[in-house]
Ligand binder design. Structure first.
Ligand code: PEP
Ligand code: MN
Length: 345
């Protein structure tokens, strides 16, 4: 059950609802949006019905939601949400198409700046780059850690691009949030519930990748863990799932985009780089993502893919990147989407 407070409801009115629910043996999680607060209730629904919460001052609506994800569900929030990233407020949402690009991993200041400039020239308004890398092999490059975060922050300074970077450990959430504009949860941590709760409490937008073996419902329940801690600035990212097919690294589930849009009010973007794992597939998969209504894409670029420490075979450079830039400039406008440009401070 979800309690929707009226716009402008006071803290005392919210506290009164929370106190009543707690008294009745339930738990209440408050999410404060730009316009209104909503309170998700956990516990005995029939008992909550008996509390007549609708009559409490400041309560606009009491909504019984049948899905196992509630705060992110369109049943309680039919309008699609826009998430704004960074001080310059780069939008990701239904009216725009946002290109996020950058190196898979931060390697050096020069490589990161070069990749960011390539990304920006291609129309990217957000910079991606991993400082903490969740590698399948413990012998693979694990990322530069805080040194990488510092490089990202310097490159943000130089280019103006807000930074999206992954956090893999609860212990690093505060550190990563102190440098990043948006925290990424990778596919391997998509059901790490304590990590999801921790990023839900940090007050920065979250990019939540779909677990490589997660159903869409599991993905949305993962988002609910973040939302339940008070953070509804969540962007979902379809990045390919595990199937029997070996020709591609993962199988891009294009239907996940419209299905997730139908069930949840959160923006949905696609990662064509980690889906296919092949440079030659990035542009075709990006076209597919735009066609099915994705709100953006996140793409690996690298100035020297042949020597990249991580995921070189899928990184765009030169002609491929120029082709992607053309697609991103031309195709989303056919569907009425503007480029995801910063709104300004
Ligand atoms: C990444 O984007 O750098 C990454 C590791 O992606 P995924 O979690 O989708 O594998
Ligand atoms: Mn990668």
């Amino acid at each position: 059950m979800v309690i929707v407070m009226a716009p402008g409801a006071s803290d005392a009115q919210i506290d009164a609802v929370v106190a009543r629910v707690t008294e009745a043996g339930g738990e209440a999680f408050v999410s404060r949006g730009d316009e209104r607060a909503i309170i998700g209730l956990v516990g005995d629904i029939d008992r909550f019905h008996g509390l007549n919460l609708r009559t409490y001052p400041g309560v606009a609506e009491v909504v019984r939601i049948s899905t196992p994800f509630k705060l992110v569900s369109r049943q309680h929030h039919p309008a699609m949400s826009t998430v704004y990233v960074g001080e310059t407020r780069v939008p990701i949402g239904p009216d725009t198409f946002t290109l996020i690009a950058g190196p898979c991993a931060v390697e050096t200041p020069e490589q990161t700046l070069a990749a960011a400039e390539m990304a920006q020239a291609a129309g990217a308004t957000l910079l991606r780059g991993g400082a903490f890398k969740p590698r399948s092999s413990p012998y693979a490059f694990q990322g530069l850690g805080e040194t990488g975060l510092r490089i990202l922050s310097d490159v943000r300074e130089a280019t103006g691009l807000p930074v999206v970077t992954e956090v893999v450990d609860v212990a690093d959430v505060e550190l990563v949030a102190s440098y990043a504009d948006m925290l990424q949860i990778g596919t391997r941590n998509a059901q790490n519930f304590t990590l999801l709760q921790a990023v839900g409490e940090i007050g920065k937008p979250v990019l939540l990748k779909r677990g490589m073996s997660s159903t869409i419902e599991e993905w949305l329940m993962a988002a609910e863990y973040i939302a339940q801690r008070g953070n509804l600035d969540i962007v979902l990212c379809e990045r390919g799932i595990r199937t029997f097919e070996k020709a591609t690294r993962n199988t891009l589930d294009v239907s996940a985009v419209p299905v997730a849009h139908d069930l949840a009010h959160l923006p949905v973007i696609v990662d064509p780089s980690h889906s296919g794992g092949r440079r030659d597939l990035v542009v075709p998969l990006s076209r597919a993502a735009i066609a099915v209504g994705a709100d953006g894409i996140i793409v690996d670029v690298h100035p020297h893919p042949d020597t990249a420490l991580c995921d070189g075979p899928q990184a765009l450079v030169d002609g491929d990147l120029r082709e992607l830039a053309t697609v991103v400039r031309q195709f989303p406008s056919l569907l009425g989407r503007a480029p995801g440009q910063p709104l300004g401070v």
